[in-house]
Design a protein around this ligand. Sequence first.
Ligand code: GTP
Ligand code: MG
Length: 361
Amino acid sequence: ALGSPTQRRPGSRQRFVADLSQCLFDFVIQLLPTQEELAVKEDVRKLLERLIRTIEPESRLLSFGSTANGFSLRNSDMDLCCLIDSEERLAASDLVTMLGDLLERETKFYVKSLPHARIPIVKLSLDPSPGLPLGIACDIGFENRLALENTRLLMCYAMIDPARVRTMVLFLKVWSKRRKINSPYKGTLSSYGYVLLVIYFLVHVKNPPVLPNLQQMPPLRPISEEDTHLNGHNIWFFDDIELLRQRWHSDNNESVADLLIDFFRYYSRDFPYNTGVASIRAGLLKKDSKGWQNDLSNQRYNDARERNRLCIEDPFETDFNVGRCVTKDGLYTIRGEFMRASRILASRPERAIVALAELCE
Ligand code: GTP
Ligand code: MG
């Protein structure tokens, strides 16, 4: 009864895309955290900071991840990082054990300390309450300054064009969770990985680009090596967003729906998964050039092969593949989902809202 797409009235495609953009905005707005949730989380952060200072008086507890980068959904977990400003400090593993014991004694949190993990952390959770109907989950790590910096980079990208960037990212986060392809532990991709895929697409795939490359813009004044490097990694990027807004303007006027449709098409069909590395710092790179090949036939490299199915270069830790957890099956599932999304949006259902519901089913 709906007829094939070609039989439709001219202009129906434009109307569908315009409706889809509006639906996307409406959809993500109702998924944003409430003011109350943000206030409770800030209270929790302050409380935890006070407690940590009884062990390490010179410490600060800072938010990173989605609570700090503008890509937070309702009830997302809290990522906290403890920085200690004094020279003589406890080893992270000792701090984790002591802090875990303290929090168990002094608070209502369920506490799990992982002092011997690759990155020692304390995991906390709280049951639902009126202010937090879904409870709270929180990880506290130590001295993870690179994570604070990459959070700031993502936040700057979000601020350049919030309407398009945040809407796309937030939608993809919900979509990837609902479609169950957002679990690094089960062989699919972290939220951080999806955000990097979106930014890579907006900086390097779209022409004209929707976003500038903040890591390649010239600094306003010369900066010393010392100021731009952290643990041997170049962490410099152009972060004066006010100035950038005055000086840089995207010539790309596509709507958020156009961009989303193209995003799904690109990652289902065009991204060279076998040979390519998505790098927001440097554009499309070759796995070969990074030693991230996945076609080694030697049995000994089985493990490496599994780690480099999907290659996404971390913006600062450039020897680190953010997609390392994605397995062969995981990538197959993820690409299948990109194709399914592409198909649903290309089939031009009569109403955008129906398409959106089907996408996130
Ligand atoms: P939700 O928790 O799903 O809301 O998403 P999120 O935006 O908090 O992302 P996620 O929990 O995946 O990551 C949180 C933060 O941890 C990121 O912003 C990064 O700073 C850091 N992070 C996560 N995964 C990696 C990784 O593989 N490498 C590095 N360097 N940092 C990571
Ligand atoms: Mg998080």
